[in-house]
Design a protein. Structure first.
Length: 71
């Protein structure tokens, strides 16, 4: 299985997009999964994921089955 490599600013852009739309899409969830499966996640990236999960728990973000928020 090939290693999963994220773009350097992928999580921060994902966080900004989810925060502005109030929705976490299927593509967003796969991006988070890829970040969690990588072995070189920084403390800042971990904090970003924690913030997204906290927003989900507080129901400030809605999980949708759309591929992207622009649909």
């Amino acid at each position: 299985m090939p290693p999963v490599n994220l773009l350097p600013s992928a999580l921060s852009e994902l966080f900004a997009q989810v925060s502005s739309s109030g929705k976490i899409t299927l593509a967003d969830r796969y991006g988070i999964l890829a970040a969690l499966l990588s072995n070189d996640m920084s403390a800042e990236e971990q904090c970003t994921i924690d913030r997204l999960l906290h927003a989900l728990k507080q129901r400030r973000v809605q999980v949708v089955n759309e591929l992207s928020a622009e649909m």
